[in-house]
Design a protein around this ligand. Structure first.
Ligand code: PLP
Length: 345
């Protein structure tokens, strides 16, 4: 077993990103906001997989994206961001006259039920969509990841009616995030906006393999110490775990300062030598501790996998999310800049 090359490493498989994009419907807009959901620089791999648009949330996230293809800023922008969007020649989502007038290429957003951005005023949206600098119309689903929720069908019907009433067939209509794309072909319109699926995570929070998706990110660290605990010895702040019997405990030099959340205290597994071991004690900023049992072959220098595969075992971001009571998106977005991203194919 080779020792892990560094303290904490997120290895990003660009081949997986490319293959995930290749599997998703086209035309595909790859959503690369929030530093590619924590994965880092993945736009080129998405394009190699057949994505023909890129989307981000903020103007600052346009930096470094290839200028040759359409880039969409989906969030509400400040005046300063609006200037950045104009300078970058990117597309901007708008739902007011003021923004629709100021941006070079506009996507008019109708709020069909998400209740967040966009206008609920259909007449305003129709009027905005008649402007010559408008290139697209869009909406966003609130419950696409909850099969059986009636709001999805209502939103789809409302947006379909809106597109029919536009009286312009030169506009690109788009609505579907990953969940909508995978569950409902009728929601795909002229372009799908996929984020989480691009990274090989499941929008329904199950096994991504069910949709032919491959997780692109693995998170690794190494065993920095292996120590013997007697019955009653505790690990970490607050003594939140006590050895019930003599056992070996490994210390792994990564913690919530890296995005390995404190709520994982006594609440997840890691892989060492192809086996699962429980995290015991409190997650601190820079370290976690893991119980190895009364006999162990684990040695200082062994590789630790926190997300990803090792031997025949595997820990998905979906599993970590379940332990935290959150979603896979938040698990990878949480990985801090202190974790170096390494790109492999
Ligand atoms: C983030 C985002 C997406 C991508 O959503 P996924 O669930 O990650 O596919 C699509 N559209 C909008 C407006 C978004 O904000």
């Amino acid at each position: 077993m080779t020792p892990a090359p560094e303290r904490a490493l997120a290895r990003i498989d660009l081949g997986a990103i490319e293959r995930n994009c290749a599997r998703l419907p086209k035309p595909l807009c790859a959503v690369v906001k929030a530093d590619g959901y924590g994965h880092g620089r993945v736009a080129e791999a998405a394009l190699a997989g057949g994505a023909s648009w890129l989307a981000v949330a903020t103007a600052g996230e346009l930096a470094g994206l290839p200028r040759e293809l359409p880039r969409l800023v989906m969030g509400a922008v400040t005046r300063a961001e609006l200037r950045e969007v104009v300078e970058a020649g990117a597309d901007l989502v708008a739902w007011t006259d003021e923004v629709a007038e100021a941006a070079p290429r506009v996507h008019v957003k109708l709020d069909t039920g998400m209740g967040r951005l966009g206008t609920k005023d259909r007449e305003l949206a129709l009027r905005l969509a008649s402007r010559p600098n408008v290139v697209a119309v869009m909406t966003h689903f609130a419950t696409a990841d909850e099969p059986g929720d009636g709001l999805f069908d209502e939103q789809l019907a409302a947006f379909t009616r809106f597109v029919d009433d536009l009286g312009r067939d030169d506009l690109v209509a788009h609505a579907a995030n990953s969940a909508a794309t995978l569950r409902e072909p009728a929601a795909r319109f002229d372009l799908v906006r996929c984020g989480v699926a691009v990274y090989g995570m499941d929008p329904f929070h199950e096994d991504p393999a069910g949709h032919g998706l491959e997780p692109a990110l693995s998170l690794r660290s190494w065993v920095a110490a292996v120590r013997r605990f007697e019955r009653g010895d505790s690990a970490g702040y607050g003594r939140r775990w006590l050895a019930e019997e003599p056992t070996w405990v490994a210390t792994i030099p990564l913690g919530y300062g890296d995005g390995w959340r404190r709520a994982l205290t006594n609440n997840c597994d890691v892989l060492i030598r192809g086996r699962r071991h429980p995290l015991v004690g409190t997650v601190s900023m820079d370290n976690i501790t893991v119980a190895l049992g009364p006999d162990t072959d684990v040695r200082v220098g062994d590789e630790v996998v926190l997300i990803g595969e090792q031997g025949a075992e595997r820990i998905l971001a979906e599993e970590v999310a379940r332990r935290l009571g959150t979603i896979n998106y938040e698990v990878t977005c949480a990985l801090s800049p202190r974790v170096r991203r390494e790109y492999v194919r």
